[in-house]
Design a protein around this ligand. Structure first.
Ligand code: DSN
Length: 428
């Protein structure tokens, strides 16, 4: 494996001159992202163009308000940047309204609460340990303390969302908002079923598509547009944009959404991020992005098959999207032990709860993996058996405490990844 270039970053000359210590850390991170197999399903590599947009002088500008209605002057260019992002979001997702200002996913979801509920109101969302998100009303989040979070889960036998439970809870609790979507859901979200339930109880349906936005944009997952009142998404996962977020809605909800984001929750938008979102959306509109989205899913399915063939238990038995949730109980290796061993082997994952996990969230039974990043580097289905083999060997090494085996795998990983240059990273 090549050595980290701690003292000789290949790029960022101004940063290197002004702050060599920080520049070295950036260089080391570039090396790490180049050498490793990054399997965290919420991460990706942005293109060089998206990366450049985030580093522009647009970050010098304040622009509270919206295009044509700002509280600061000098918006000749910023208004156009934001309008481009908004129009591209509307076109890519087929929505009537888009707000591109939320700083990230959690503020975007909080803005949805602000727009459609009062403190103390009941909201219905998927429980975090079942695959949901903190901001869907989970207790330790502000959304579960300022609002009354009621949570649905998955069926014990199939690990699929239990729509009988969702419907029963909705009828009984009459939530103001229903959230669907999550962070560890390996199967297609049935937006139509959620929409029907939300309409029956007169709730606002918020589809949080953060994980699958790129798949939806590329036609590899059904769209929530006909069914959801509001769509919340981050922009940096499968969508391959900068770290940011968007709220999209029907025209009838546009005012409420915009007012909640600004002035309700946020101050000035991050214009450099808005610009990078616009670039990412242009990329997402290209025919090649459809290929990318479908390749992400094909890779995840191939990886799931290869893991099943090696005797791994997968939550729900496989995947329909970019994500695979592995229950390591039968391997007798805790998720955290496996994740840390995999990290030492150059394979970056996160430990994760599995539905009905008997272990604690900080020391759960599973690991969560996904294929957005490796697909961005050009790995195809033919490589997935090898990825599964590395995971298997690493888990076995973790069980035996075999550090030498992990070092060998790390070398193999770095060698293969060198053949697949990562978008946006300097090439040595
Ligand atoms: N942190 C994100 C994830 O990894 O899924 C969700 O917010």
């Amino acid at each position: 494996m090549s050595q980290p270039r701690m003292s000789q970053p290949l790029s960022h000359p101004a940063l290197s001159a002004a702050d060599p210590e920080l520049a070295a850390l950036v260089g080391a991170e570039e090396q790490l992202q180049a050498d490793t197999l990054r399997l965290i399903p919420s991460e990706n590599y942005v293109s060089a163009a998206v990366l450049e947009a985030t580093g522009t002088v647009l970050q010098n500008k304040y622009s509270e308000g919206y295009a044509g209605r700002r509280y600061y002057e000098g918006q000749q260019n910023i208004d156009q940047v934001e309008t481009l992002a908004v129009e591209r979001a509307k076109a890519v997702f087929g929505v009537e309204h888009a707000n591109v200002q939320p700083y990230s996913g959690s503020p975007a979801n909080l803005a949805a609460y602000l727009a459609f509920a009062e403190p103390g109101d009941t909201v219905l969302g998927m429980a975090l340990p079942m695959g949901g998100h903190l901001t869907h009303g989970w207790g330790v989040s502000a959304t579960g303390t300022w609002f009354r979070g009621v949570q649905y889960g998955v069926r014990p036998d199939t690990a699929l969302i239990d729509f009988d439970e969702v419907r029963d809870l909705a009828r009984k609790e009459r939530p103001k908002i229903i959230f669907c979507g999550g962070t560890a859901v390996p199967r297609t979200i049935d937006f139509a079923a959620f929409g029907e339930i939300a309409r029956e109880v007169d709730a606002v349906l918020v589809a949080d598509i953060a994980h699958i936005a790129g798949l939806i944009a590329g036609g590899a997952h059904p769209s929530p547009v006909p069914h959801a009142d509001v769509i919340s998404t981050t922009t940096h996962k499968t969508l391959r944009g900068p770290r940011g977020a968007m709220l999209m809605s029907r025209a009838s909800h546009a005012k409420a959404v915009d007012k909640a984001v600004f002035p309700g929750l946020q101050g000035g938008p991050h214009n450099h991020t808005t610009a990078a979102i616009a670039v990412a959306l242009r990329e997402a509109a290209a025919p090649s992005f459809r290929d990318y989205a479908h390749a992400v899913v094909a890779n995840a399915k191939a990886l799931a098959e290869a893991l099943l063939a090696r005797g791994y238990d997968l939550v729900s038995g496989g995947t329909d999207n970019h994500l695979v949730l592995i229950d390591l109980t039968s391997k007798e290796v805790p998720g955290k032990v496996a994740a840390k061993a995999l990290d030492r082997a150059g394979i970056v994952v996160n430990y994760n709860t599995v539905p009905f996990d008997p272990r604690k969230p900080f020391d759960p039974s599973g690991i969560r993996i996904g294929t957005p990043s490796l697909t961005s580097r050009g790995l195809g289905t033919d490589r997935m058996p090898l990825v599964a083999e590395w995971i298997d060997r690493s888990v076995q090494a973790a069980a035996k405490g075999d550090e030498d085996a992990l070092t060998v795998i790390r070398g193999e990983v770095a060698e293969l990844m060198a053949a697949y240059p990562a978008p946006g990273l300097p090439t040595a």
